[in-house]
Design a protein around this ligand. Structure first.
Ligand SMILES: C[S@@+](CC[C@H](N)C(=O)[O-])C[C@H]1O[C@@H](n2cnc3c(N)ncnc32)[C@H](O)[C@@H]1O
Length: 261
C-alpha cells in the first residue's frame, strides 16, 4: 500500500509499529499555527493527510509520539466505535491473548466494517505449539509441557488456536483476496542457512523472556501450580529452546485481506 491516509493499529503495545507507520507517512502539520492551517487546507484539498490511530487497553505511551499518531485507550473486546469505512489499513498483531474466545467473530466483522472499500486488513499471530525440525522434541520435554499447560491455562477464556483459522475467519467476515503465510521462527541459532541462523540468534532472547513472562500468571493463578514448579519448568524449557540440537521453531501465521470494491 503506497499512500494510506488512515491507519488503525489494534493493540499498539509499545507503539513501535504505529510510530514507524506514522513516521513513514508524515502528515502536513507544522508547529506554526498559520502555516499549519494553510498546510492542512492544502492537504485536505489534496487528500494527503495521513492519520494513524492506535488503540490499546493499557495506557502506556512511547516517549515520543509523531504529530499524526493518535493513541487511544479502549477495550477491543467491545464493539468498535469508529464509523464505517474509516481506514485504508487495519493492523492486528499478536492479539490472541487479548481478544476473548467469544469475541473473535465480531472482532473480525468490526475490522471489516471500519475498513474502507478497497482497503486492507493485516493480521499476524503467534501459534505457541513449538515444534522440532528434526523430531527430537517429544511430549515429555519441558518445552512441550510448557506449551500444553499454556493452552490449558487459557481454555474457555482465550482461543489460542485462532491463529490457525485467520484466513477462514477473514473470509467469513467478508474480506476477499485473502493471502496467508506461515512464518517459522527458530528459537535459537541452529540453521545452516546464514540468514535463518542470524534471525534465530536474534530471536533467542525474546523466546527466553517470553517463556517466563507468559507462564507465571496463568500457570500459578489459573492452574494452581506452585511458583517453584513453574520456575523449574521454565528453566528447563529455556534450556531446550536455546539448545541447537533440538532445532526448535515456533509458528507465526500471517494473513492479509482486502475489502473488495
Ligand atoms: C502481545 S501485545 C502485542 C502488541 C503489539 N501489537 C505488538 O505486536 O507489538 C498485546 C497488546 O494488546 C493489548 N490488549 C490486550 N487486550 C486488549 C483489549 N481487550 N483491548 C485493547 N488492547 C488490548 C495489550 O495491552 C498489549 O499491548
Amino acid at each position: 500500500m503506497s499512500r494510506p491516509r488512515r491507519v488503525l493499529d489494534c493493540g499498539y503495545g509499545c507503539g513501535l509499529w504505529c510510530t514507524e507507520v506514522a513516521d513513514a507517512h508524515p502528515d502536513c502539520q507544522t508547529p506554526d499555527m498559520t502555516v499549519m492551517a494553510i498546510h492542512n487546507w492544502i492537504c485536505v484539498l489534496a487528500n494527503m493527510t495521513v492519520k494513524v490511530i492506535g488503540v490499546d487497553i493499557n495506557p502506556r505511551q512511547p516517549d515520543e509520539v509523531p504529530d499524526n499518531l493518535y493513541l487511544q485507550l479502549d477495550d477491543l473486546n467491545r464493539r468498535f466505535t469508529f464509523s464505517s469505512h474509516n481506514f485504508d489499513l487495519v493492523h492486528s498483531h499478536m492479539m490472541v491473548s487479548g481478544i476473548h474466545t467469544t469475541r473473535w467473530t465480531q472482532y473480525m466483522r468490526d475490522m471489516f466494517r471500519v475498513t474502507r472499500p478497497g482497503g486492507w486488513c493485516q493480521m499476524v499471530e503467534m501459534y505457541l505449539h513449538v515444534q522440532s525440525d528434526n523430531g527430537t522434541l517429544t511430549d515429555d520435554h519441558a518445552l512441550r509441557r510448557w506449551s500444553d499447560l499454556y493452552f490449558e491455562s487459557h481454555e474457555g477464556l482465550k482461543d489460542l488456536r485462532v491463529p490457525l483459522r485467520l484466513p477462514a475467519m477473514m473470509r467469513e467476515a467478508s474480506f476477499e483476496h485473502v493471502e496467508h503465510r506461515m512464518v517459522q521462527l527458530h528459537t535459537c541459532a541452529w540453521s545452516n542457512d546464514e540468514r535463518d541462523n542470524a534471525i534465530g540468534a536474534a530471536n533467542r532472547e525474546n523466546v527466553q523472556r517470553m517463556l517466563s513472562a507468559l507462564a507465571i500468571y496463568p500457570f500459578t493463578e489459573r492452574l494452581g501450580m506452585a511458583i517453584q514448579d513453574v520456575q523449574l519448568l521454565v528453566a528447563q524449557a529455556k534450556l531446550e529452546a536455546s539448545n541447537p540440537a533440538f532445532k526448535v521453531t515456533s509458528s507465526f501465521p500471517a494473513s492479509r485481506a482486502k475489502w473488495s470494491n
